[in-house]
Design a protein around this ligand. Structure first.
Ligand SMILES: NC(=O)C1=CN([C@@H]2O[C@H](COP(=O)(O)OP(=O)(O)OC[C@H]3O[C@@H](n4cnc5c(N)ncnc54)[C@H](OP(=O)(O)O)[C@@H]3O)[C@@H](O)[C@H]2O)C=CC1
Ligand SMILES: O=C(O)[C@H](O)CS(=O)(=O)O
Length: 483
């Protein structure tokens, strides 16, 4: 393991009720860049999940009754500790997930920004008074914490996805149980170590690590003492988890898959569009739900855009994320590489052309070269499926109406992007794109101040922004009579 300034951040047991909980079995955490085992972590059995639920339930009265300003002080301390230990947290993240260190540093800052944001938002949970229908009554609306929150998060942002959920939950007065992806538990456990150092009371923030995703998920989605379930991951798994939550009518929020169009109109600044598309496509080796998944270029500028884009891709460096200057790290697994390559070869067999990349490196490699395909059509597998890898399909189009129809022709509705300098077009296209988030002349749109989330099969609910607390609060209507 890379030398850490604070080796205490490397934890290897679940964090439950303010203590480190060893389990009988272990799971291995490997470095996707090298395949080496970097840690052995307690593998909690399904039966141990109940310990976390009990702890979170017991901590609810204390935590939810604290003044929001008191919760904010502890969250601010947690934020300060995360920023203080950013370099170690980024190193741990790159070692277990693979992204370049510069991106990992960015993820730590991004995740911490949600903690800072919601520490303040928690102090602005306003209620309402409503004029009563009769003079002998008064109507007051208050907002209270929903209760114990359970979360399941993916491997691609092992810090920020937990921070984005836990920050809103804690600020609202809820207690939190996080179950990170089994490939990347170390970042979550390091967050727990710093939560403990911040003075967070036992049971308020719990992290349960276990390889039995399905079994643990069944407890978290069906336990009567869990009021809310929040998930980030694939649409396929999200559907199943929503169904599992039905038995106890939990509040549910889902951040699921995407198929982002990136549209370049002929009135765009082509150089800006190239940079925006590079940033949006190859971030985290293309393994984010908001990565550009299809690049639509208007026919008049298709050749110049494709040439400029190819030149920009040629400047990207593939390698171990710990190596300074590397822009694209390994993918999470050889299977992920195989899945992406299958989409490429299937689309090439249907007429797509490889502009650059598109070849498998050595057998079993976690690496896939940044790839560009041209002559792609919207019905090809590479355009219809979420790539979740460093492949950019370029599709040409003629008219605005045509590209909006093509862009919307997907079950997903998370993020979309387009470049145009025509103000009328900006309004028309923004309103017609069926997506929860739209980048206009911008390829990177995620930040704590904005409501992150999708429509259609990309999920429901919003994370971040002033809207992000709503999912963790219940409205209470007080009707006072006999006035
Ligand atoms: N909208 C968004 O913000 C995001 C969406 N995604 C989407 O997720 C996909 C890729 O991420 P990936 O991690 O493979 O997605 P998965 O949906 O396979 O996994 C996400 C998380 O769910 C867990 N999980 C898997 N199956 C179950 C189950 N039956 N019950 C309970 N938990 C389960 C996984 O555990 P384990 O890994 O241990 O098996 C992991 O922690 C892509 O479609 C991507 O778009 C990813 C990140 C963000
Ligand atoms: O998991 C993801 O893909 C994230 O939601 C993308 S982002 O919020 O980091 O942009």
């Amino acid at each position: 393991m890379q030398t850490l300034n604070d080796p205490q951040l490397l934890r290897n047991h679940s964090y439950i009720n303010g203590s480190w909980h060893a389990s009988e079995n272990q799971l291995m955490v490997t470095n996707p860049a090298t395949g080496e085992v970097i840690a052995q972590v307690s593998d909690a059995a399904v039966g141990e999940v109940d310990l976390a639920v009990k702890a979170a339930k017991q901590a609810m009265p204390l935590w939810s009754s604290l003044a929001a300003a008191e919760r904010a002080k502890l969250m601010r301390k947690w934020f300060d500790l995360i920023i203080e230990h950013q370099e170690d947290l980024a190193t741990i993240l790159t070692l277990e997930q693979g992204k370049p260190l510069a991106e990992a540093r960015g993820e730590i800052t991004y995740g911490a920004a949600y903690i800072e944001w919601f520490a303040e938002e928690g102090k602005r949970v306003y209620g309402d008074t409503i004029p009563a229908p009769s003079s002998d009554k008064r109507i007051v609306i208050t907002k209270q914490a929903v209760g114990v929150v359970a979360s399941v998060t993916p491997w691609n942002f092992p810090n920020a996805m937990i921070a984005r959920k836990a920050a809103a939950a804690l600020a609202a007065g809820c207690t939190f149980i996080g179950r990170p992806a089994s490939q990347t538990p170390l970042s979550a456990l390091a967050m727990a170590e710093l939560a403990e150092r911040s003075g967070m009371p036992p049971g308020v923030f719990n992290i349960i690590v276990g390889d039995d995703a399905r079994g643990i998920g069944e407890v978290l989605t069906q336990h009567p003492d869990i009021a809310k379930f929040t998930f980030t991951g694939s649409t396929q798994v999200g559907r199943q988890l929503i169904a599992q939550c039905a038995s106890t009518i939990k509040k549910v929020s889902m951040e699921l898959g995407g198929n982002a169009p990136f549209i370049v109109f002929d009135d765009a600044d082509v150089d800006a569009a190239v940079q925006g598309a590079i940033a949006s496509k190859y971030r985290n080796a293309g393994q984010t739900c908001v990565c550009t998944n299809r690049i639509f270029v208007q026919s008049g500028i298709a050749q110049v855009f494709t040439e400029k884009y190819k030149q920009a891709v040629a400047k990207l460096t593939l390698g171990n994320g710990l190596t300074e200057g590397v822009n694209i790290g390994p993918m999470i697994s050889p299977q992920a590489v195989a899945n992406v390559h299958e989409l490429v070869t299937a689309s090439v067999s249907l007429g797509a052309k490889v502009v650059t990349g598109g070849e498998l490196l050595e057998a079993g490699s976690h690496y896939y070269p940044p790839t560009v395909l041209s002559d792609v059509t919207n019905d090809m597998p590479i355009a219809q499926q979420e790539i979740f890898g460093p492949v950019a399909p370029i599709i040409t189009f003629d008219s605005e109406e045509q590209v909006i129809t093509l862009a919307n022709n997907t079950e997903y509705g998370l993020a979309a992007y387009f470049y145009s300098r025509d103000i009328g077009r900006v309004w028309r296209v923004s309103e017609k794109l069926e997506y929860g988030m739209v980048g206009i002349n911008e390829g990177i749109i995620s930040n704590a101040a904005a409501p992150f989330g999708g429509v259609k099969q990309s999920g429901n609910g919003r994370e971040g922004s002033k809207y992000g607390l709503d999912d963790y609060l219940e409205l209470k209507y007080l009707c006072m009579g006999g006035i």
